[in-house]
Design a protein around this ligand. Structure first.
Ligand SMILES: [Zn+2]
Length: 342
């Protein structure tokens, strides 16, 4: 095959391979194959030694023309491919800022927690400190120090789970009062939120596990007026300024005198409805002046100091706050219920 045919073949080979090249790396391979030190065009240049002296310059010029042409074609293709690759990269990296973000599912506080936060906020604003105590409690703190000796009938209403004869699951948050009174000197101003236990069947208003918030104030000259004003501040904060507080005489072993506290019905605002049995009032909590006997048992001089205590059922006030009819909803973990408190 003559040199001219060989050049023609190289022209065709380059043209067809350029068409097939689809990446910068294969383009570079083609450049080496044609123009590199061991490339086909270079090999052709080397073989010129076999030509006659007059043919040599002619072929030399033809080969140089090829070199220029090949270089130009390869450069052009390279530019095109670089531009294409950049375009594709930009496309891949493109961010649509108008596309809606997928937010992760975030949980929501339990209604009990929402109301407890409000209650804590209210009482800390009045100068109370939040104190907690153990749920597994000594009979001594849960009953004895609160003036509920063994065989006292008040124990029947607070039947609980016994670990042994002297250790119980606490039936109220009041033992935290006893723990604080035996270890601190007045003035004392605390609330004690926490979980409590009773041997109760589950129904719309009862659960063997529920929550209380205990309040205790002990100082000189503390009166029932202080108690009433404190509970009114709490009721107004949680349910509104138009809510009134009403005391009815009652009995608790650790307070004397004791009272049940009614609030203006939060549903009808006092007009009378099914929820308040048309009385305009709803019973919400128990309270009283700390029994002097309890103060003395806890080592506080009842001649110098007086105090008041109250116990709030967290579930009760939460259900009133949100109009929840059945206590069991609070424990079932049904998302359709819980999502309403976002
Ligand atoms: Zn009502």
């Amino acid at each position: 095959m003559g040199m001219l045919d060989e050049l023609k073949r190289l022209d065709q080979e380059l043209d067809s391979e350029l068409k097939q090249t689809d990446s910068l790396s294969s383009l570079e391979a083609l450049r080496v194959k044609m123009l590199g030190k061991k490339g086909q065009l270079t090999a052709l240049l080397r073989s010129m030694g076999s030509l006659s002296a007059e043919d040599r310059p002619k072929f030399g010029q033809l080969i140089n023309e090829r070199r220029e042409r090949f270089t130009a074609l390869l450069d052009e293709k390279q530019k095109k491919m670089q531009a294409l690759e950049q375009e594709m990269r930009l496309k891949a990296e493109q961010v649509d800022v108008t596309e809606p973000r997928r937010l992760p599912e975030v949980g929501t506080p339990h209604p009990n927690t929402l109301v407890l936060n409000e209650v804590v906020d209210c009482f800390t604003g009045l100068g109370f400190e939040v104190v907690e105590g153990p749920e597994v409690e000594l009979d001594h703190y849960n009953f004895e120090l609160l003036n509920i000796p063994k065989n006292h009938p008040a124990r029947d209403a607070q039947d609980t789970f016994y670990i042994d004869d002297n250790v119980v699951l606490r039936t109220h948050t009041s033992p935290v009062q006893a723990r604080i009174m035996t270890t601190r000197k007045p003035p004392i101003r605390i609330i004690c939120p926490g979980r409590v236990y009773r041997a109760d069947e589950v129904d719309a208003t009862h659960s063997p596990v529920f929550h209380q918030i205990e309040g205790l104030v002990i100082d000189e000259n503390i009166s029932m007026g202080d108690l009433k004003a404190t509970l009114a501040a709490f009721a107004n904060r949680l349910y509104g300024k138009d809510i009134d507080v009403r005391f009815r005489p009652s009995f608790f072993p650790f307070t004397e005198p004791s009272a049940e506290v009614d609030l203006t019905c939060v549903s009808c605002r006092g007009k009378g409805c099914r929820m308040c049995k048309n009385t305009g009032w709803i019973e919400v909590l128990g309270c009283g002046m700390v029994n002097p006997r309890v103060l003395d048992m806890c080592g506080i001089d009842s001649k110098k100091y007086s105090g008041f205590a109250f116990g709030i059922g967290l579930e009760r006030i939460t259900m009133l706050r949100y109009g929840i009819q059945d206590m069991r909803l609070m424990y079932e973990g049904d998302m359709r219920f819980l999502r309403q408190f976002r």
